[in-house]
Design a protein. Structure first.
Length: 179
């Protein structure tokens, strides 16, 4: 058994200690928000926060995670209200969304250490690959998230899934069919 804390809950994994944390989270804990992209450390899609550090969970073994505090995208906020989540939606920095959980976790870890990162610092902290190419929006989103976290700006709640097209258009002007 390998004991660690995942999203605030103590968890004991009955798996080979050499198992990558990514597989323990996805396949054993059913936390599938953390994505498998390359499995070899290149894409950062699998990024989670371990004791405050953004780490690629495909490169961390269960044995290395023992006794540590792991946060996945599911544990970042209960209602998608984390400033990075709000800003990613508001800046439309999400296309297919596959890379998004890893990016959000890396950005959240960055802002926890650096309340006002510059563009170069954001680029350095987010080497995540995005096949949809959201990079310019990503920088804007993280800068905006920093302002939201500092309470210098607020972002209205994103429409919930299943919202009607009319209501979505009210919340997202670019989607207004009458515009
Ligand atoms: S799946 Fe971990 S870096 Fe690509
Ligand atoms: S939004 Fe599609 S891979 Fe980044």
């Amino acid at each position: 058994m390998t004991a660690l804390t995942v999203n605030g809950r103590p968890v004991a994994f009955d798996l080979d200690p050499a198992t990558p944390l990514l597989w323990a989270l996805r396949d054993a804990a059913n936390l599938t928000g953390t994505k498998y992209g390359c499995g070899v450390g290149d894409c950062h899609a699998c990024t989670v926060i371990v004791d405050g550090e953004a780490l690629r969970s495909c490169l961390v073994t269960l044995a290395e995670a023992e006794g540590r505090f792991v946060t996945t995208i599911e544990g970042l906020s209960r209602d998608r209200s984390h400033p990075v989540q709000q800003a990613m939606v508001a800046e439309q920095a999400i296309q297919c969304g596959f890379c998004t959980p890893g990016i959000v976790m890396a950005a959240a870890a960055l802002l926890a250490k650096n309340a006002a990162p510059g563009e170069a610092e954001i680029a350095a902290a987010l080497p995540n690959l995005c096949r949809c190419g959201v990079y310019p929006r990503l920088v804007r989103a993280v800068e905006r998230a920093a302002r939201v976290a500092a309470r210098r700006e607020t972002i209205g709640a994103a429409p919930a899934p299943g919202i009607s097209a009319e209501d979505a258009a009210k919340a997202v002007p670019a989607m207004d069919p009458g515009a």
